[in-house]
Design a protein around this ligand. Structure first.
Ligand code: SF4
Length: 386
């Protein structure tokens, strides 16, 4: 009698990334059974063949196609179950104790014609943010050097535009060339881009382009009316076609429902390919903006968003972005456990305050975290898809 079983290593079953079966090509043969008969015990000789099939890592299986219902179930799962799963995915794809550091500089502040209800840089609101022209090149370079010596590996340049005007774009291209020459990764967030603008940014050496979806497509018209969701998706398409990496995330605390959060995360994960970098922001309510009095997000709900983002986009750097300065150390630690592995580092995020660098160093020391080096910014490649 021959019984044959195929045993899959545990990662394929989603249980662990450390299978405790040893790899070998020979089937394992063992088993002897006996049965009781009226005349006594009769020995049955059986051979059990176990063949261990290891996945072909050169051709990993496609990630599962998530549905809205499945994402909603994840969002509603018992917190411990959700954290356990998210942390397992995180460990499979990244060093869990390494955090990527990005620094964001506003290279052109305020005076934006758009009406994003959360943004103090819109000229429609009296938030107290003054309009400032593009910074001189030497100032951008000097700020990039400071960020680099403080440990940042990526330098993001943000400008408050609907989209960059021609005369500004040529200056921004110079920034990119100069910052790239320092050995930093470059990122820019300049609003909507057409195909040609995306190509020129890529040619200048821009590594990442940030353009957030902000919220679900359903809730989006409640937050922004001057540009459509489809316009954002078009810009992301141009960025991809130009060969740049995508940084795209959203904001929690705009008054959206849990379903909106699930829809946002699903939309992000369905970008093809999904973004390499996913900033998750908590709204920082600014006086003078329409969302100045938005209620604070429950911290546990925020952690859930991080965890679900990690599960849906296993290879992305999930960035704990705006709002971190009002989070306790414990909440940040929980976000790191749930799968956040990138932060904005530096005293300001465009126009809103950010954590003090000394506080961040103390937090990293307390948690045993280290800053991810410049050569580690891609997710591990020797692992299968979830
Ligand atoms: S978020 Fe960007 S596009 Fe919207 S108002 Fe602010 S600067 Fe303008």
């Amino acid at each position: 009698m021959i019984a044959s079983f195929a045993v899959y290593p545990t990662p394929l079953l989603g249980l662990s990334d450390n299978p405790d079966v040893s790899r070998g090509d020979d089937p394992v043969n063992f088993l002897s059974m006996s049965k009781l008969t009226r005349t006594g015990t009769e020995r049955l000789d059986c051979r059990l063949e176990i063949s261990i099939r290891w996945p072909d890592m050169s051709n990993p299986p496609s990630p599962p196609a998530w549905t809205l219902t499945a994402v909603q179930e994840l969002m509603a799962a018992p917190l411990n179950d959700l954290l356990y799963r998210a942390h397992g995915v995180h460990r499979t794809h990244f060093d869990p104790n390494a955090i990527q550091l990005s620094t964001l500089l506003s290279v052109k502040t305020g005076g934006c014609p758009e009406d994003c209800h959360y943004c103090p840089q819109s000229l429609r609101y009296t938030s107290g943010v003054e309009s400032e022209p593009l910074l001189p090149l030497d100032e951008v370079v000097s700020r990039a050097k400071q960020a680099q010596s403080a440990g940042a590996t990526r330098f993001c340049m943000g400008a408050a535009y609907r989209g960059p005007k021609e005369r500004d774009l040529s200056k921004i291209l110079e920034y990119i060339v100069a910052v790239k020459a320092l050995g930093l990764e470059t990122c820019a967030t300049l609003g909507l881009l057409d195909e040609d603008q995306a190509r020129r940014l890529a040619e200048a050496g821009l590594d990442y382009y940030n353009h957030n979806l902000d919220t679900s497509e359903t809730y989006y018209p409640e937050i922004i009316t001057t540009r459509r969701y489809a316009d954002r998706l078009k810009t992301l398409e141009h960025v991809r076609q130009a060969g740049m990496r995508v940084c795209c995330g959203g904001i929690v605390g705009l008054g959206e429902t849990v379903q909106d959060r699930a829809e946002l995360l699903l939309a992000l994960s369905r970008l093809d390919p999904p973004p390499e970098s996913v900033p998750i922001n908590e709204l920082v309510p600014v006086p003078g903006t329409p969302l100045a009095h938005a209620p604070k997000t429950d911290p546990i709900d925020f952690v859930r968003v991080i965890a679900v983002a990690r599960i849906l986009m296993p290879r992305a750097h999930v960035r704990l972005s705006a709002g971190r300065s009002s989070m306790s150390r414990e909440l940040q630690a929980l976000c790191f456990f749930a799968g956040a592995n990138s932060i904005f580092y530096g005293e300001k995020l465009l126009t809103t305050p950010n954590n003090d660098a000394d506080q961040d160093h103390a937090l990293f020391a307390a948690l045993g975290l280290r800053a991810e080096g410049p050569l580690e910014t891609g997710a591990r490649t020797n692992v299968h898809a979830d």
